[in-house]
Design a protein around this ligand. Sequence first.
Ligand code: FAD
Length: 308
Amino acid sequence: NQLEDARRALDAPLFADLAGDAQVSFEFFPPKTAKMEETLWSAVQTLAPLGPRFVSVTYGAGGSTRERTHATVARIARETPIAAAAHLTCVEASKDEIREIAEGYWEAGVRHIVALRGDPPVEGARFIPHPQGFASAADLVAGLKAIAPFEISVAAYPETHPEAQSGQADLDNLKRKLDAGANRAISQFFFSPDAFFRFRDRAAAAGITDEIVPGILPVSNVAQTRKFAAMCGAAIPPWMDRLFEGLDDHPAARQLVAATIAAELCGKLYAGGVRNLHFYTLNRAELSYAICHLLGLRPQVAQKEEAA
Ligand code: FAD
């Protein structure tokens, strides 16, 4: 009866019934030093057994990481079975330079590009297209498709990109990127599942049928997150500050709180039908690993051994 069902629902641990049918992808940034490269490789090795759909490597402002992004993506493609995606932006690059970079990826066996407009290298400056370059991410998508049949992901903003004239104009822009040939959108991070669901509904109403994968940022440093959030238009809810209050000298406790918050967000997204999630790992594996574990994901090798 209904009362019994309600009691059982209240009794069940939050994550006990998740089927482990979520699929995940992980984002890394290119390492600057040998030590950071070690951290990155250890993160890739920790997360690889979870069988990500792909892992992606970001591209620094103004193309500042051009070589490092390429080297990292090419190494993942060469040394792991995971599909590797390279982020690429239009900033300070001519169409010829973009062509050269894209052809280099294709030759290295990289088939997936995360195509972005990018932000100017000087913080807060306005984006001015390169005179011979692409003016927007939609233009870049069309340009890349003309070079090779890449799989392409683009950015989406559940809380609207800060430069957009309106939420609707931003949604129209997302549709242009998908109509230009992108296969999916990956969202900027957000902390309100409702903000994502409302965006998903508005996208569906605008005729967008491609998948919109929520981007999950596990937060263990609120001050740093506030800085990112201010640049990209994401809201930091007041409860986030309260949850981290007094934990400055407790790094381990901060990690536990971070995992709990992100896992709760992922659990709510899952309950709302989301089955694909993209993690901004910040090159640290444990938080994303713990959250994936709570979502029911297990290392694929272990599963194969159990079945045997
Ligand atoms: P666009 O889709 O071109 O949109 C930029 C702005 O212009 C929006 O406000 C849009 O609404 C508006 N616009 C575009 N075309 C039109 C038009 N025709 N008419 C009116 N308005 C228009 N940055 C990096 O530098 N490196 C990275 O590796 C990187 N990775 C990212 C990954 C993800 C998943 C996300 C969500 C963001 C990433 N970014 C990265 C940040 C991104 O570069 C910035 O948010 C940038 O400001 C916008 O890029 P975009 O691709 O969304 O641009």
